[in-house]
Design a protein around this ligand. Structure first.
Ligand code: BGC
Length: 408
């Protein structure tokens, strides 16, 4: 519909547009034994991340692949537990490691996006109550300051929190991620602390950067919610409650307080909701046209444009910091990428100030409680040899980027 094959609309995307892929430290580095997830896996007898995708040693090769795919930016996270394995001091060797990572990104002409918190915590921090304990906020800020001072000459873009609401829902309401709580009051306390932590973090980061260029945000997960039965008033109510409590209020609030330099959007799918408790429950739904991916998500590309159009009223630049799928049929990745980029192009054509798009993920990696089953990578990882193999949609992504003027 937007003629992506011929690059018709993407060609209107300016040269500085950020074409990227995203990864996170715990999911791909391997060897993160000082993080709370490592203990959680053991306690819950889950698949262990272990060596993950061995990105800790193979990062330079991975960045070469990113470059070969035509990308000009890469989003990654620092593993706090590596940098500060105990409450006391800093691990200089690990800071040096991330220095090398940043040098490699620069050498590959990849603009770095640094995420500070992507779901994992150092064990010592989790033992003190993590973000649920307001006294711990300052300890996170110390980590932020240290990272910002050391890397301010190397990075402009910072994502302070990845998907804070997903983190709170899974860790404090559903209890399926650490710390495994199922308590509304714990969830609300954690939310309050994360919000005040973000506010101070934003201000401190700006001070540390001074006159240097610095763009700060968080990556917010968005979904489009549908009632399981659209003729059922309570299903409609429940899906409305989910949409209200999950989607826009956080960015609306931060934008009002001038605490966002851009809006970071993670978007994957739609979700059907039926009546149950306060927030309803997910339901499987068969009587509609949406297909499901390998992890059961309902694919709804039009939802991306809907979300982007709604964010337009914040009058801020927008960056899609994650979008992707896990499939068993390789051809379906390309279909997903193409259909979502159509929505990106359409939203831009209708005035959304879109500055970048990041596929999740550069390489297959550890998918939290789902282990290594779901594969999200532009590159397939062979977990016996750690060889990376380009998937067809990575070639499509490269061609579309080229058609759009290269982005370089
Ligand atoms: C998260 C990633 C995760 C991906 C796929 C995102 O919401 O930031 O950590 O792997 O979704 O589930």
């Amino acid at each position: 519909m937007f003629g992506l094959e011929r690059g018709r609309v993407l060609s209107e995307i300016p040269r500085g547009f950020l074409w990227g892929a995203a990864i996170s430290s715990y999911q791909c580095e391997g060897g993160n034994t000082a993080s709370d997830w490592c203990v959680w896996e053991r306690q819950k007898k889950l698949t262990a991340a272990g060596d993950a995708s061995r990105h800790y040693t193979l990062f330079d090769d991975d960045f070469s692949l990113a470059r070969e795919t035509g990308l000009n930016s890469l989003r990654f996270s620092l593993e706090w537990a590596r940098l500060q394995p105990a409450a006391g001091g800093w691990n200089e060797q690990e800071f040096a490691h991330y220095e090398t990572v940043l040098s490699s990104l620069a050498a590959h002409q990849l603009v770095p996006f640094i995420t500070l918190h992507h779901f994992t915590l150092p064990l010592w921090y989790a033992a003190r109550g993590g973000f649920e304990n307001p006294r711990n906020i300052d300890l996170f800020l110390r980590y932020l300051r240290e990272a910002a001072v050391r890397f301010r000459d190397r990075a402009v873009y910072w994502i302070i929190f990845n998907e804070p609401l997903v983190y709170i829902v899974n860790g404090y309401l559903r209890g399926i991620w650490p710390p495994g709580k199922k308590s509304l009051s714990s969830a609300l306390r954690t939310l309050k602390n994360i919000l005040s932590c973000y506010e101070t973090a934003y201000q401190e980061m700006k001070q540390i950067y001074g006159s240097r260029e610095c763009r700060i945000s968080l990556s917010k997960h968005f979904r489009v919610f549908f009632p399981c039965n659209r003729y059922h008033i309570f299903d409609r109510l429940s899906s409305g409650v989910r949409a209200k409590s999950f989607n826009f209020w956080l960015d609306d609030l931060l934008a009002r307080r001038r605490l966002l330099d851009f809006v970071g959007v993670n978007y994957y799918c739609g979700e059907f909701v039926r009546t149950k408790g306060l927030f309803g429950a997910e339901c499987a739904h068969t009587g509609h046209a949406l297909s499901r991916n390998a992890v059961g998500w309902y694919l709804y590309p039009e939802g991306l444009k809907k979300i982007l159009m709604r964010l337009k009223r914040l009058s801020l630049p927008v960056i899609v910091t994650e979008n992707g799928t896990a499939e068993t049929d390789e051809a379906r990745y390309a279909e997903y990428l193409r259909r979502h980029l159509e929505q990106v192009a359409a939203a831009r054509a209708e005035g959304v100030d879109l500055r970048g798009y990041f596929w999740w993920s550069l390489i297959d990696n550890f998918e939290w409680d789902l282990g290594f089953g779901p594969r999200f990578g532009l590159y397939r990882v062979d977990y016996r040899t750690y060889e990376r193999v380009m998937r067809p949609h990575a070639a499509l992504y490269r061609d579309l980027i080229r058609g759009a003027g290269g982005g370089r």
